[in-house]
Structures are given as structure tokens and as C-alpha cells.
Write a protein that binds this ligand. Structure first.
Ligand code: PRT
Ligand code: ZN
Length: 283
């Protein structure tokens, strides 16, 4: 039985559970126990604080886990990053009071920076050859400059709203982060088999996100032009229509490109363009 560690509450909790659900894995959530078992997949879920997930996986209490890449890098436990999951996106950035002039990372020489991510920050300053005092604090990092605790901060930024509210300007992005699936190195073959199944399901779920299924009727002499507009993943699905001289093309397209492609298809004489949402793309 494979054990996965998920954040018990917080930013990654709901999306982690949603990803498992979309991958067809049912987990009991009602009682929000510390440990719950899937009814249809050989896996149990352990709910933890995100800070504890890398260590729990590296020491074998859980086999795999979903946690922010930033936590994996900061805790620096020996775990394998098995897959980037494309949610919980954010960046770790240096910020300073907006009225100060900034002329590059050398600005931080001899300065004090407050952060909850001292390991990542120290490695950045070491790489740049900058000598800066790193002040580790647990929370409310963004108020440190205004209370005189630090000259700048190093923190997670998403929309940038928190920095603006606190009169800070983002000056360097040190790292990009998203939620990742991590695993303990050296899992036995039976568990690895389950991990491989899980990875392949996650890949299918992520690939189908933001995609639409498009069906288009085109005159046969326009098929080549239409296929340039909607290239297919492998060989195109092309079906003859009862009305001779016409065919239907089926294709998967990015949601963001649907209107632009539909307009171009109409211009070459395509008709009856049907766009459907896509449930799964299993490869
Ligand atoms: O209780 P537990 O310890 O499990 O949770 P936590 O409070 O430590 O973490 P949580 O739930 O806040 O975040 C979990 C993970 O979500 C982080 O480790 C990141 O990988 C990811 N993530 C994505 C974020 C954000 N976006 C984010 N915006 N984590 C924190 N923030 C905070 C940030 O600290 C800052 O205070 O949001 C503020 C900035 O947001 P903007 O939008 O104003 O820039
Ligand atoms: Zn935490």
C-alpha cells in the first residue's frame, strides 16, 4: 500500500485532492482524519503541514507527497522530484522599500534581509558572491522593513499585491515554484508500479487541462489547409460525411486558440464547427 502525504489545509490542499479525484482516485474526506484510505486505488493519504512533507517522505513515513517546490528546496531532504504539477504557482523574490534605488544584486552587500527561506536565499547570495545578513523569521516577513528589522525581504510572491500593500518593490526573482510530486528514493518494485500508474494518470489529467475537442466539416479540397490550422497530435482523425465531397476533422486544440482557429477555418469554407470540453486525454 502506497502512502501519499498531502497538505492538511492551506493553499495546496484542495487542488491536491482535486488532482487525485481527476485521476480517478476516491478518497474519503468527510471526517478529515490524519490518515484515510482510497476505496479504489492501493493508496492511503496522510494529511500533514506542508513544512513536514519533505522530511516525512525522505524518512519513509510516507512514500510520496505533494508539496511546493520551494519547500523541497528549502528543507533539502534527499527526495526525488517526480513531477511538476502546475498548480500552486508562485515565485520567491527579493523585495526592497519602493523608494530605494536598486542597481543590481550588489545592493544587498552589507544589508539585512528577512525571510522564512534562509537556505534558498543563502545559496543565491553565495552564487552571486554577496555578503548579506539573513534574518530568519517565521511569518509576516513583509512588514520587516517598515519596523526596522531588515532592509529587504525574500518571500513568496504570487500576484504581487502583498508587496504593493507594504510599500515594497520586487527586484529579483530567485526561483519559480509550483506543487510537485516527490518520492522517496529506492521504493520497492510493487510501490514503484503504483507510482508509475499514478504518474501516467497525472500526466493525462494535466495534458487535458485547457484543451478542447473540435469537430469541423470541411470540403475535401480544403482538408490540407484545414490540417495546417488544426494540426493533430499524431495522425488526424478524418471521417467522410454522407454528403459526398465533405469530410469531418476531429482535433484537440488549446482552449485559448479555439476562436482564432474557428475564424480561420470558416474563412477556408469549413462549416458546423463543434467545440466540446475534454474530460480526459489518456496516452
Ligand atoms: O499550514 P501549513 O504549514 O501547511 O501551510 P503554510 O501556511 O505554510 O503554506 P500555504 O498554505 O500558505 O502555502 C503552501 C504553498 O503554496 C507554498 O509553500 C507555496 O508553494 C504555494 N503558494 C502559492 C503560496 C502562494 N502561492 C502565496 N501567494 N504560498 C504563500 N503565498 C503567500 C506569500 O507568503 C505572501 O504572504 O501569499 C502572499 C503573497 O501573495 P500575493 O498574491 O499578494 O503576491
Ligand atoms: Zn507551512
Amino acid at each position: 500500500m502506497l502512502r501519499i502525504a498531502l497538505q492538511s489545509k492551506g493553499r495546496l490542499n484542495e487542488k491536491s485532492i482535486a488532482l487525485l479525484r481527476e485521476a480517478g482516485i476516491s478518497i474519503e474526506e468527510s471526517s478529515r482524519k490524519l490518515l484515510s484510505r482510497s476505496s479504489n486505488f492501493p493508496m492511503e493519504v496522510l494529511y500533514l503541514r506542508d513544512d513536514d512533507i519533505p522530511q516525512t517522505v525522505s524518512c519513509g513515513i510516507a512514500d510520496i507527497g505533494i508539496v511546493g517546490y520551494n519547500e523541497v528546496m528549502e528543507r533539502a531532504y534527499p527526495v526525488d522530484v517526480l513531477k511538476h504539477l502546475e498548480f500552486g504557482k508562485c515565485r520567491l523574490s527579493l523585495a526592497i522599500p519602493k523608494y530605494l534605488e536598486y542597481d543590481g544584486p550588489e545592493f544587498f552587500n552589507g544589508k539585512r534581509v528577512a525571510t522564512s527561506y534562509p537556505v534558498i536565499l543563502k545559496s543565491y547570495f553565495d552564487r552571486k558572491g554577496i555578503s548579506c545578513e539573513i534574518r530568519e523569521i517565521a511569518g509576516s516577513v513583509e512588514i520587516s522593513p517598515s519596523i526596522g528589522l531588515a532592509d529587504g525581504i525574500f518571500d513568496i510572491v504570487s500576484s504581487g499585491g502583498t508587496l504593493v500593500q507594504n510599500g515594497l518593490a520586487e527586484v529579483e526573482t530567485v526561483m519559480e515554484s509550483d506543487a510537485v510530486l516527490i518520492g522517496r528514493p529506492g521504493l520497492d518494485e510493487e510501490k514503484m508500479q503504483t507510482v508509475r500508474t499514478l504518474l501516467s494518470r497525472f500526466t493525462s489529467v494535466l495534458r487535458s487541462r485547457g484543451k478542447k475537442y473540435m469537430l469541423v466539416n470541411v470540403p475535401n479540397d480544403k482538408i490540407d489547409e484545414a490540417l495546417e490550422i488544426i494540426p493533430s497530435m499524431k495522425s488526424p482523425t478524418l471521417l467522410p460525411l454522407a454528403d459526398k465531397g465533405w469530410s469531418a476533422i476531429h482535433a484537440v486544440v488549446d482552449e485559448t486558440e479555439v476562436w482564432e482557429k474557428a475564424d480561420r477555418l470558416k474563412q477556408i469554407g469549413a462549416e458546423d464547427i463543434l467545440v466540446l470540453s475534454m474530460e480526459k486525454l489518456i496516452i
